[in-house]
Design a protein around this ligand. Structure first.
Ligand SMILES: Nc1ncnc2c1ncn2[C@@H]1O[C@H](COP(=O)(O)OP(=O)(O)OP(=O)(O)O)[C@@H](O)[C@H]1O
Ligand SMILES: [Mg+2]
Length: 394
């Protein structure tokens, strides 16, 4: 087994991106027929999944990867597309040579003209052209997948900087491009804010459309058990003092953390600080330390902090009420119990409010709903987040 160096939050080379095989197979299948919106909590591994797809490729597809996290405006978006496609086009084996040459000569002119005031008003035309130009440059037998990582964050920033209209116009334009080039153009959007939160803000501002309902939307699942154990094994083997038997410890790590690769990296990082071979007791200790550490290395406080960024004050109040109640219970919580616990804190709260809040918290990957022994119950999606909440917020 190839050892892997611990690197929580870093960008891994494609050979170090462990597993995700089932997800990748499934996403290619969906992209045959339509575009895809992938959501998940922060750090679950969305970017590394799409990077693996991009790097490994798939017959019949040509991909262009674009990180939109730092894009704040519409002309910046057009510029970023031209630049990144120009950069990546030379790697496309089946690109048409002439079209590539044309693209390379056209880019400086177009990107330069974006600085002119009238070009700023013409971003729609330029974006449409950029997409047509990419399709033109690639073999017509291939589909073009534009992978736009952190699109919701870009929309969120755009909303703040350029207002509701710009975001709506952009989403409408992207939709019409999908319709216009339906047989060959696919978008793959990924994001951790949740596109639904951006769309909700737009709806509040009076736009009732659902501009991505022609795309398939999915939540990225945790890593499957075998792959999470493989990741833990490879990380353990990469330690300065690797355990003689990595697999039993890797299994313990999976039992403590689940299939969350970022937390697996963090836990093994703590084991690496021991200066000796880690033991089973060390795994338990390191899992506890992730929850208790003053410096919060795994950024678990983010689950609390993000509420204030994306929820209205009344929603924050209700979300805290529900999360505190669920965290206070050892087992998963029935709605009846949840209502009792919430009313104990705030007697005036209505059942409808609690149900709506649970729905929102499920869409935002805090809670899951399951059926156990004939009763539907809510619990935290991640036990490590539940333990953090219990220890730090109750
Ligand atoms: N398949 C994998 N194999 C090995 N490590 C992984 C894998 N997926 C994720 N990781 C680890 O988890 C970290 C976070 O992954 P990634 O950046 O892909 O998550 P994300 O969901 O895109 O996060 P964000 O929402 O913050 O953009 C990576 O830096 C890496 O350390
Ligand atoms: Mg990412």
């Amino acid at each position: 087994m190839k050892p892997l160096v611990v690197n929580p939050g870093g960008r891994l080379g494609v050979e170090d991106i462990v597993g995700r095989e089932q997800e990748i197979r499934r996403y290619w299948k969906i992209l045959e027929r339509q575009g895809l919106v992938l959501g998940a909590e922060r750090r679950l591994g969305k970017t590394h999944i799409v990077l693996k797809m991009h790097e490994m490729g798939q017959d019949g597809f040509v991909t262009f990867y674009q990180d939109l996290e730092s894009v704040h405006g519409l002309t910046e978006l057009v510029r970023a597309i031209y630049r990144s496609v120009e950069h990546q086009l030379s790697r496309v084996k089946k690109a048409k040579r002439r079209a590539v040459d044309l693209w390379t000569t056209v880019v400086p002119k177009k990107v330069g003209s974006l600085d002119l005031p009238d070009a700023r008003n013409n971003w729609k035309g330029l974006l449409g052209e950029a997409v047509s130009d990419v399709l033109e440059a690639v073999d017509p037998a291939d589909k073009v997948v534009l992978i736009w990582d952190e699109l919701p964050l870009m929309l969120y920033n755009l909303h703040k900087r350029e207002g509701t209209d710009s975001v709506i116009q952009l989403l409408d334009l992207l939709r019409s491009l999908r319709q216009q080039h339906g047989s060959r153009l696919r978008f793959l959007f990924t994001g951790s804010i949740g596109l639904h939160l951006v769309l909700r803000a737009l709806r509040m501002a009076g736009n009732a459309n659902d501009p991505v309902n022609d795309m398939h939307q999915e939540t990225v699942p945790p890593m499957v058990e075998a792959e999470a154990i493989e990741l833990a094994c490879r990380l353990l083997c990469g330690l300065e003092h690797p355990p003689a038997e990595a697999e039993p410890l890797a299994k313990l790590i999976h039992a403590a953390i689940g299939g969350f690769p970022y937390y697996i990296h963090h836990l093994v990082d703590r084991l690496g600080a021991l200066d000796r071979e880690p033991t089973a007791a060390d795994v338990t200790g390191a899992a506890e330390a992730l929850v208790h550490a003053d410096d919060d290395p795994a950024h678990l406080a983010y689950y609390h902090q993000r509420l204030a960024s994306y929820y209205a004050p009344e929603e924050v109040r209700l979300a805290l009420l529900v999360l505190n109640a669920v965290a206070s219970q050892e087992e998963a919580t029935s709605m009846e119990n949840l209502l009792n616990l919430a009313r104990h804190e705030q007697p005036e709260v209505r059942e409808e409010q609690i149900r709506d809040t649970c729905l929102l918290l499920r869409r935002d990957h805090y809670l899951t709903l399951e059926r156990r022994g004939g009763v539907t119950v809510h619990d935290f999606r991640w036990n490590v987040v539940k333990r953090w909440w219990k220890e730090n917020r109750l």
